[in-house]
Design a protein around this ligand. Structure first.
Ligand code: ZN
Length: 430
């Protein structure tokens, strides 16, 4: 018998009722942005759409997409749909490729964020008795703040340690009796590695039972490795600064990602033609924030590739299910005519005996031609065994089985690849 849901009424609502609610909220949203924001008004007028033209959910397809480029153009507050003094909190993405994307929140937006994060963490099994070590980086980035708000709403204890200072993370994990660790999946592996160097056994010497991981694309194979190494259940989180931060989905006990679709209306489109795809077809995720006040996004193109279906889940939730993110369309590489995602190479490597969790994909560009190679660290034991050419051949064969592509693999010394306390850099260009 599944445990009670955080918000039983919404999370197990019949799909037809959910769609009625989405349509009601979508109509209100389009009216609101049309009245309150010049950019949105012009955009809708240019597309010859009046708010009253939105009569069904499908009518959303008439509205043009919102892109990251639009957000940069209206930096920092050009897309705000409330008075500026209604804003009580601001976050921003790192902005590594240009101006950062700014996420402003009203009081109600902050409350909404806490609510969807509580729903998400509750679905992962976080409860009042838990002690959550929040090892996402505090600062402008949304990650740490979203986890803190949700966990406190549940009533759990939050350790606001932020990322970095790994030795201290380990002391706190042990001394405070941390039961849930929130950080990027790659940082959890780095913490485990340092703990092992200090003679500790991650799966035995801590009280940890839950991993709350996000902000990075990671494969199911990597999830199994992390779960084994720490002796925990590891859950995926997904979100974007443009939408709210983390809290867009709730991963249930069956590891299905339920979209919190009463607040975030999902679509999947063909990334080239922009056409809406049917259920279960893989494409680019597009989201509309149905209830956000300060900065509502209508049809925001995430550049993340996944599919959505409306199958019934054993957990009792009726909210639509999003597949794991295959990658960002920006990360897609075309090598000798073959489409390659970093996550596919990760999945292949993790099948090789003696491989560690540390690898790097090296992209080399000569003119228009991209070639790939992989550098991977064997585990300490495998490294000591020698015959690393066998190890390399096994890894190459595993990649070939998945991609049908010859990608040379080089075994490095253990600890040769730089570790990260935040998002790991899996693809480098030389
Ligand atoms: Zn479920």
């Amino acid at each position: 018998m599944p445990e009670k849901l955080w918000d039983n009424k919404i999370e197990s609502m019949p799909l037809s009722k959910l769609k009625d609610l989405q349509l009601k909220r979508l109509k209100e949203l389009v009216h609101r942005v049309y009245e309150k924001n010049k950019y949105y008004k012009n955009k809708l007028s240019d597309a010859k759409i009046k708010p009253s033209d939105i009569k069904t959910l499908k009518d959303i397809e008439k509205i043009p997409f919102l892109t990251k480029q639009d957000l940069r153009e209206y930096y920092p507050f050009g897309l705000v749909c409330t008075a500026l003094d209604e804003i009580v909190e601001v976050h921003a993405s790192s902005g590594t490729t240009g101006k950062p994307v700014v996420g402003p929140y009203t009081k109600n937006d902050v409350e909404l964020w806490a609510e969807v994060m509580a729903r998400s963490l509750w679905a992962n099994g976080l409860r009042k008795k838990d002690i959550m070590q929040n090892s996402y980086g505090y600062g402008l980035f949304t990650g740490a703040h979203g986890f803190e708000k949700g966990a406190q709403k549940i009533g759990a204890m939050v350790i606001t340690i932020s990322s970095g200072n790994t030795e201290r993370q380990i002391d706190v994990l042990r001394d405070f009796g941390t039961t849930a660790l929130a950080c990027t999946p790659s940082y959890s592996l780095h913490i485990a590695e340092i703990a092992e160097e200090n003679g500790l056994n991650p799966s035995k010497d801590f009280k940890l039972r839950l991993g709350l991981f996000g902000a990075e694309a990671w494969s199911e194979e990597m999830r199994r490795n992390i779960e084994k190494r720490w002796g925990i259940v590891a859950h995926e989180h997904y979100g974007l600064t443009e939408l709210i931060g983390p809290g867009v989905v709730s991963e249930c006990e069956y590891k299905k990602l339920h979209v919190n679709a009463d607040h975030f209306l999902p679509e999947v489109i063909d990334p080239i033609s922009g056409e809406t795809l049917e259920s279960d077809k893989e494409g680019e995720l597009v989201f509309t924030t149905l209830t956000k006040e300060a900065f509502p996004a209508i049809r925001f193109r995430t550049r993340d590739l996944a599919s959505i279906n409306e199958e019934k889940c054993k957990c009792g939730r009726t909210l639509p299910i999003q597949s794991r993110i295959k990658g960002r369309s920006d990360d897609m590489m075309k090598v000798k005519g073959v489409i390659v995602f970093p996550s596919q190479i990760e999945a292949a490597l993790m099948q090789v005996t003696g491989v560690s969790d540390n690898y790097q994909i090296v992209k080399t560009k000569q003119g228009d031609i991209t070639s790939l190679s992989v550098e991977v660290e064997p585990s300490e034991e495998r490294y000591k065994e020698g015959h690393l050419d066998d190890f390399e051949k096994q890894a190459e064969a595993a990649i070939y089985r998945i991609l049908n592509l010859n990608v040379p693999v080089k075994a490095l010394q253990p600890k040769a690849i730089p570790r990260s306390t935040g998002k790991a850099k899996r693809v480098i260009e030389r």
